[in-house]
Design a protein around this ligand. Structure first.
Ligand code: MOS
Length: 752
């Protein structure tokens, strides 16, 4: 770990003791009196209609309270209309909740994908519910489903995603790509369906009080979003819907949108008049909460013989479902920002198929996009006979290549340099298949990492107690990332209250607005809200002090007063004239003082571009007789602005790298071509990396705090770690073997 300038203290998690002792309560662990249990019945066809549902046996099975189907379920106020109306009015305004699957569950007899919920059984125990679900008989009139990009009949080319243009064009790429006198490359890279698989599967407990008050305990990345959608779905006052989620056992994007199970749990609780818990079995995580779409990406590059890029073209095809509009934007914030080139073209095409709706998965878009581009750059380096790091330096973009404004606090060159040095890159033999460790082929590969710096809106409440303790609240989330700890640190520094005396509270819709914990935005966004509320707190203390004849600040103007040291406010121009937080409260006879910041749109700065950067260096070893790829060393250097907590940030990068190793070598959700159901729907068949697959991972940080981006100086880091790592592994495999695998995962069969 380097660079104390950007590196905050390596604090251990404030929620660590709760987690290791089992006292941390996850959403479905709350004990709600009289709670019943739900178990789903899922469609085993991918397209068609339900012709009949026989629920008699299930209904009379012991303990059963209800069997919901499209025939008896109460239609939600919105079933279709409200969501569509809302989408029309707000576009993709994510502040009001996210539904990547637009259809209300049990809306009608239509089947759009295999695994779609067709009934929900509610019983007194989970065993009774599960047994009764097995007794439900569903008859279908199946139609031929469309399951793949190749078979898709429709294609959409969305212009924008969340107000950002995603089809990019800078100049005309075609002349350079047609020029036979320069070096050109044209290759297609593909990635399979990947499924998030957090250890805690999704789940919801819904409890109604009468017909107009609803409390849900939901494993979510967005308590305020769930609150907003549920209020709209049932026509409830927003304050009559409470969403509680103090801990999340991993998410990676699959808990960012609201999925049908949340609506089903609330429908079931309303129908049975008892609280209902619907905790998804692992299998349902493969169809019920999204996945990363497969991608097919064609990259075309043209470069001069000294390696200057003349054209970059990135054409991507991805899938969505018939009942969702998700777009995995592979090129816009990767190929569109990464390298200086006279001409750039990015195209995104989405094909609707009869597969469950895809969603955000760690670095949605950038992760597969950077994989394709960074493999292509590596291929180009061999065509040019140029070192891969050098090729990247040759095309380094100090300015945003399309907007032509400078990047703020970009230190990618240092990341390459430090990474190369720590890894020992200069000892690399540039020829493929030349490096050995005994009988094993050794390969060294590298790739750039990048992820945009996203900014959203949040508000916070701060309560300062007369004994010096402070509580700060925001309806934000800790997905296991270390957010509790980072926000406690930021609160401590911004408020001027010792770390040990700050309690940061999150995970409740009662608190001031926090956005979805996605897009690596939380640290910066919520950090900014904490910064603002701290200013308000100091202002409120100043106002008390100036009115108090016993205060050294008596009679001064609050505008002239600011925090000068932890626990003290003073005259800006004469900090010796100061007063302490607790003295001010004590003399005013106050137990505490509470302030709350306002929710407002984030400040935009059009003169700069904000993006995080990094470089991965990776070693693989491969037995040429049984070519299983073993990643043996990874060095990752990241440039993400200020790092609030050196320990949890390092863990975030390590986690991203581990997930990237899975993407490179093992992860794939395969579908049965007959039924369209995932053929892989458990953790035994879905191969995430285990300890034996993960080598020591060295993480370093470079750069400076990015105060142009926000007052905390942090650009966030939950996602960047996974970008580029699959390319670094694939490039190392090529270096070891001379065999280029362009279709992930790189399983042994592809190397034989
Ligand atoms: Mo993240 S994939 O934006 O939850």
């Amino acid at each position: 770990m380097a660079n104390s300038n950007i590196l905050g203290p390596a604090r251990s998690r404030v929620d660590g003791p709760l987690k290791v002792t089992g006292y941390a309560k996850y959403a479905v662990e709350f004990e709600i009196p009289k709670c019943a249990y739900a178990w789903p019945v899922e469609s085993n066809i991918a397209k068609g209609k339900i012709t009949a549902i026989d629920i008699k046996a299930a209904q009379t099975s012991p303990g059963v309270l209800a069997v919901l189907t499209h025939q008896n379920a109460s239609k939600m106020a919105d079933a279709k209309g409200l969501f569509e109306e809302f989408a029309e009015a707000h576009g993709e305004d994510m502040s009001q909740g996210i539904r990547n699957e637009q259809r209300a569950p049990l809306a009608d007899d239509e089947i759009h994908y295999a695994g779609q919920y067709v009934a929900l059984v509610v019983a007194q125990t989970i065993e009774q519910a599960r047994h009764a679900a097995s007794l439900v008989r569903v008859s279908y009139a199946p139609e031929l489903p469309i399951l793949t990009m190749e078979d898709a009949s429709k294609a959409k080319k969305p212009k924008k995603k969340q107000d950002e243009t995603i089809q990019l064009r800078k100049g005309n790429v075609e002349p350079a790509l047609a020029n036979q006198n320069i070096i050109r490359l044209h290759e297609t890279y593909s990635t399979p369906t990947e499924t998030h698989n957090p250890i805690e599967t999704s789940g919801t407990i819904a409890a109604w009080e009468g017909d107009d008050k609803l409390t849900v305990w939901d494993s979510t990345q967005f308590v305020k979003g769930v609150q907003s959608i549920l209020a709209r779905s049932y026509g409830l006052k927003i304050e009559n819907v409470r969403v509680i989620c103090p801990f999340v056992g991993g998410a990676f994007g699959c808990k960012g949108a609201l999925w049908p199970h949340v609506l089903l749990a609330t429908m079931a609780a309303r129908a049975t008049r008892v609280p209902v818990k619907f905790h998804l079995p692992r299998k349902a995580m493969f169809t019920g909460t999204g996945h990363r779409t497969p991608t097919s990406q064609t990259i075309s590059l043209a470069a001069t013989s000294n390696g200057k890029l003349q054209a970059i073209k990135h054409v991507t095809g991805t899938l969505t479902s018939p009942v969702g509009e998700f777009v995995e934007v592979c090129g816009a914030r990767s190929t569109g920002v990464m390298y200086a080139s006279e001409t750039i073209r990015v195209e995104e095409t989405v094909y609707p198929v009869n597969v469950a709706t895809p969603t955000f998965m760690r670095a949605p878009g950038e992760c597969p996009g950077v994989y394709a581009l960074e493999c292509a750059l590596d291929e180009l380096s061999y065509l040019l006979q140029m070192d891969p790091v050098e090729l990247r330096l040759m095309n380094h973009a100090a300015n945003h290549p399309i907007r032509d404004v400078p990047f703020s606090a970009k230190h990618l060159k240092e990341a390459y340099q430090l990474g190369a040095e720590k890894f020992g890159w200069s000892k690399r033999n540039p020829q493929t298949g030349q490096m050995r460790d005994g009988n094993l082929l050794v390969g060294w590969g590298m790739a750039t990492a990048t992820y945009p710096a996203h900014k959203m809106s949040a508000a916070a409440k701060a309560i300062l107690h007369v004994d010096g303790r402070a509580t700060v609240q925001c309806a934000t989330h800790d997905l296991g990332t270390g957010a509790y700890t980072a926000f406690t640190q930021i609160s401590s520094e911004q408020l001027g209250v010792p770390f040990e005396q700050v309690t940061f509270e999150l995970g409740k819709s009662d608190y001031p607005f926090g956005p979805v914990a996605g897009g690596s935005n939380s640290t910066g966004t919520v950090g900014t809200a904490i910064h603002e509320v701290a200013q308000l707190l100091h202002r409120a203390l100043a106002e008390l002090a100036v009115k108090d004849a016993r205060s050294p600040l008596h009679g001064s103007r609050p505008n002239d007063i600011a925090m000068v040291a932890p626990g003290r406010i003073a005259l800006r121009k004469n900090p010796v004239t100061s007063d302490s937080f607790t003295d001010i409260l004590q003399r005013a006879g106050r137990d505490s003082i509470t302030v709350e910041s306002e929710l407002k749109d984030p400040e935009e700065n059009e003169k700069l571009a904000f993006q995080s950067w990094g470089a991965h260096f990776c070693e693989v070893k491969i037995d040429s007789l049984l070519p299983r790829v073993q990643v043996t060393r990874v060095v990752s250097v990241m440039n993400c602005g200020r790092i609030v907590n050196a320990k949890t940030a390092r863990s975030q990068i390590i986690g991203g790298v581990v997930m990237g190793i899975g993407m490179a070598l093992t992860e794939e959700t395969a579908y049965d071509p007959k039924t369209g159901l995932p053929a892989i729907a458990n953790l035994a068949d879905y191969h995430v990396p285990t300890n034996a697959d993960v080598p020591p991972i060295e993480v370093y940080f470079v750069g400076e705090p990015d105060y142009a981006f926000n007052p905390i100086g942090a650009r966030g880091m939950g996602e960047i770690g996974i970008t580029g790592i699959a390319a670094a592994v694939a490039n190392a495999v090529y270096h070891a073997t001379g065999k280029r695998v362009r279709d992930l995962p790189i399983t042994p069969d592809k190397l034989i």
